[in-house]
Design a protein around this ligand. Structure first.
Ligand SMILES: C[S@@+](CC[C@H](N)C(=O)[O-])C[C@H]1O[C@@H](n2cnc3c(N)ncnc32)[C@H](O)[C@@H]1O
Length: 261
């Protein structure tokens, strides 16, 4: 990966990009008038630091990756108007809960969990792809949605660029109420069109039994997995599948770990 700026960047953005490149130990390349196609000679991954946020480009991919609370905003608006959310229900999530999101991705689920857990709750989001973790950490810290509850929910999320198995292995027993996995589906589905810019940067490794066993130890109340409704992973990993809602191609599976609500 290299770090650069847009063509017309001001001194402050250039200084920020140089500082980040130094902090991450990756090359900073001065943009001058260079098109992206020229920058790919340095690396297939180009992270552009802009005044509004980070944009990650991968050579050969049409769409860049950037932070946007998109679907989370819709889901929170629905919750604000008194509607339910299938994930919040699958979590049996309550204000004050501590949630470990083991697969942060575009952070949509983490934002909704953070909103539902409220100011007294805690959400930690783990992401093994460093470029994704960096883009999300930046967006969650400074994106202004115009909805106070959403902005506060985003600011509360703690992003960590880590493999979930490594993190889970270091957690105390029962240290989170809910542990959540949303691994990449093997076959991209229509409903996941909104996550397509994530695919080139994402870690596609399947969820392993050892990680689920650690999650069961760490989760005080429940381990939840989202997956394709026909995924064999529910049975393979010991999750009780919630019957899918009619219009959905995915559903949630649950392992109850016995803690009281
Ligand atoms: C389907 S996406 C999650 C989408 C997310 N729930 C959302 O709302 O945007 C799965 C994410 O998990 C990440 N991931 C896969 N394996 C991981 C691991 N072992 N540790 C941490 N993150 C992982 C991938 O890089 C990808 O970004």
């Amino acid at each position: 990966m290299i770090v650069t700026t847009p063509h017309e960047a001001g001194a402050a953005v250039i200084a920020q990009a140089q500082e980040l490149a130094r902090e991450w130990g990756v090359p900073f390349v001065e943009r001058r008038k260079q098109p992206l196609s020229r920058l790919y000679a340095h690396s297939p991954d180009v992270l552009v630091i802009t005044e509004a946020g980070f944009k990650a480009h991968r050579e050969g991919e049409a769409r860049p990756l950037f932070f946007h609370p998109g679907m989370a905003m819709l889901r929170i608006k629905r919750l604000l108007s008194g509607d339910t959310d299938a994930m919040v229900q699958a979590f049996a999530l309550m204000p004050g809960d501590a949630v470990l999101d083991c697969t942060l991705g575009l952070a949509g689920d983490a934002i909704v969990a953070s909103y539902a857990a409220g100011a007294s709750g805690r959400v930690v989001g783990l992401e093994s792809s460093s470029i994704l973790a960096r883009v999300m950490a930046d967006g969650l810290t400074r994106y202004e949605s115009g909805i106070q509850e959403l902005d506060e929910a985003m600011r509360r999320i703690e992003v960590r660029n880590e493999q979930h198995l490594t993190f889970l292995a270091q957690c105390e027993n029962n240290s989170f109420d809910i542990v959540y996995f949303d691994p990449m589906f093997f076959v991209p589905i229509e409903a996941s069109e909104s996550i397509s810019p994530l695919r080139p940067f994402a870690d596609h490794a399947p969820l392993i039994e050892e990680a689920v066993a650690e999650a069961v130890r760490v989760a005080r109340r429940r381990v939840v997995m989202k997956n394709h409704s026909r995924s064999p992973d529910f049975a393979r990993l010991g999750f009780m599948r919630i019957p899918k809602a009619v219009e959905r191609t995915f559903t949630y599976g649950i392992i109850d770990t016995g803690g009281d609500a």
